[in-house]
Design a protein around this ligand. Structure first.
Ligand code: SAM
Ligand code: SF4
Length: 353
């Protein structure tokens, strides 16, 4: 099923930077639908120290050989080119981004980059206990942490081996380091952790965190589970309201996919990310960079622009900027799940969520 093994089949767009139309460099990159794209989610590795059931299949994962991954220098070149094209926010993800060697140094270098205003990271937090403080000192602004269950046994099952106590230690370290506001993510899978939705929501009555419930998406390797296990945000909202009464709607920040609510009087917020049942394509402001150097144009589609080939054949920063602007220009409107079009080539661990 995977991944680098299928690289030959990926419908990559190989562009010679000298051949693509010349894009103006004095305005921020906008796509053909007028959406301003200024948020780059960067997968630092496709490897992970967990094997979450909704992210990776139990068997058959193949990871990209190390030479196929972008080096730190190549990553920084892409980010500089993206910043020149108007990107302002970077999120480091994976796989598990904390497995990347020199992560602290990489963040220090991104922080120093003109144009980049905000650096965030999505992590499973297993390694955050010791990393949170140095990451904050290097310039990381905030973290999103995945927590699918509050029951250690179930957490171990859903993540195929993760230790909940290490995640809690990571969350505490993130709070102590000032990596705030803390956002926690749970992918809710029917029959696995949907019985914990009320307990998870209840965290927001105790802590000033944002707890976001994510609908499971049909990425490669987990399509069967996604078909059977998807549980809509509407159903989750009903279950939470049955326990806490009507939630106070807080709306939605302009390009944040989460629809926000509050349990009356709670210090924290509840968010619903309804990528499957109520997509937010109209406000999409993001582009993804895979660990092997491709700009992935839409999370739930297969099209990619190959930056690594251009970089490794000597493209300049200005030429990479033109490729980034081109990728933005040809970004599709949104996914085709309602028409039955599912992505077939990449798993979530390669794309970073
Ligand atoms: N390892 C890190 C983590 O788990 O937070 C970062 C990478 S992970 C791929 C990024 C996000 O994608 C996590 O919040 C994870 O829960 C989410 N995710 C993974 N597979 C998913 C799926 N099939 N549908 C929806 N979200 C998914
Ligand atoms: Fe690893 Fe994150 Fe995927 Fe879980 S969701 S397997 S922690 S990459």
């Amino acid at each position: 099923m995977s991944n680098s093994a299928m690289a030959g089949m990926i419908p990559l767009f190989f562009y010679d930077p000298r051949q693509i139309p010349r894009y103006a460099v004095d305005t921020p990159a906008c796509d053909s639908f007028g959406r301003r794209i200024d948020y780059l989610r960067v997968s630092l590795t496709d490897r992970c120290n967990m094997r979450c059931v909704y992210c990776m299949p139990a068997q058959g994962m193949q990871f990209a050989p190390r030479p196929e991954l972008l080096t730190n220098e190549e990553l920084l070149l892409v980010m500089r080119a993206a910043a020149a094209a108007g990107f302002r926010k970077i999120r480091l993800t994976g796989g598990e981004p904390t497995l990347r060697q020199d992560l602290v140094e990489l963040i220090r270098l991104i922080k120093a980059m003109p144009g980049i205003e905000h650096i965030a990271m999505t992590t499973n937090a297993l390694r955050l206990r010791h990393l949170a403080a140095p990451l904050k000192a290097a310039g990381l602004d905030r973290v999103n942490i995945s927590v699918d269950s509050l029951d250690p046994q179930k957490f171990r099952q859903m993540t195929r081996g993760g230790k909940l106590e290490d995640v809690w230690a990571g969350i505490e370290a993130a709070v102590a380091a000032g990596l705030q506001p803390i956002k926690l993510n749970a992918v809710i899978v029917r029959g696995m952790n949907d019985d914990e939705v009320v307990q998870l929501a209840n965290l927001t009555t105790q802590y000033p965190w944002e707890f976001r419930f994510i609908e499971v998406m049909p990425l490669t390797g987990v399509t069967g589970l996604a078909q059977e296990g998807v549980i809509s945000s509407t159903e989750l909202l009903e279950r939470i309201e049955a326990a806490f009464g009507t939630l106070e709607p807080l709306g939605q920040a302009s390009s944040d996919p989460a629809r926000l609510y509050r349990i009356p009087g709670a210090p924290g917020k509840i968010g619903f990310i309804s990528s499957v049942t109520d997509p937010f394509c109209a406000t999409c402001n993001r582009m993804r960079l895979t660990a092997d150097g491709r700009l992935h144009l839409c999370l739930l589609r297969d099209e990619e622009v190959d930056l690594r080939a251009a970089i490794r054949s000597g493209a300049t920063q200005e030429q990479i900027e033109q490729l980034v602007r081109h990728a933005v220009a040809i970004k599709p409107w949104g996914h085709g799940l309602p028409e039955g079009v599912v992505p077939t080539l990449r798993g979530m661990s390669e794309l970073g969520g």
